[in-house]
Ligand binder design. Sequence first.
Ligand code: IPE
Ligand code: IPE
Ligand code: MG
Length: 244
Amino acid sequence: MDYSKVKIPNHVAIILDGNGRWAQEKGMSRSQGHQAGFDNLVELSKHVFDTGSKVLSVYAFSTENFKRSKEEVSFLMRLFENKFVEYAHKLKEENVRVVFSGGREAPVKQKLIDIMNECEEITKDCTKGTLNICFNYGSHLEIVEAFKHIHEDINNNVITLDDVNEDLLYHYMFQDLPPIDYLIRTSGEVRLSNYMLYQMVYAEMYFPKTYFPDFNNEEYDKALIEYTKRDRRFGGINYDDKNN
Ligand code: IPE
Ligand code: IPE
Ligand code: MG
């Protein structure tokens, strides 16, 4: 595809959904679906940065996902423990920085918290783009934490109440990233499931039916073609539109 002919969103967010159904429909275990989803993420994330986007946020595990069976949760934790560092090294080769958003405390094990810190350290000087892995992430948790930190900083005279505005709130999120331009949720579900509500204010949204393990580079390019057709008005009027 000729990427100069499509619009490239600065910040893309993907809700990686449908791993379980992908596997079940093939007579495989849900774990195999998660493995396939992770392998796809490694390929897809490289592609997203190659097309020119600067930030990619991916929803890997929500605060609510701890409600799943012990077997599924522990499989996912082991998958991340075994794969994150290797993934960070690959991203470093691509000059992509990795950061994590989400609660870094129990029920996440200390070993995994150490791994997340290590991945951030390995890639901290990379400049091509930022991969934000949302893990033990919930938008409600993020906003509540931001509130607490703002309160603390006001009490400690780091900021004043007058400093609190829409932009400042971004600095108090788990990671200081720009607003989301394009949200993609695979698998056909049309909901946000507690994902980046503050950052999503004017995001365009796309809900392909494809399960995440099948959402390959070609599927992503279709998403870019769709994004190119969107008329982003941000509450104003597009004066280029001849019908206006
Ligand atoms: C998304 O796939 C991955 C995680 C939530 C960790 P699901 O596991 O939600 O797959 P479905 O929705 O059951 O098919
Ligand atoms: C959202 O998917 C969370 C992740 C993709 C990590 P879920 O599969 O957990 O969401 P619901 O339960 O269908 O809303
Ligand atoms: Mg799901």
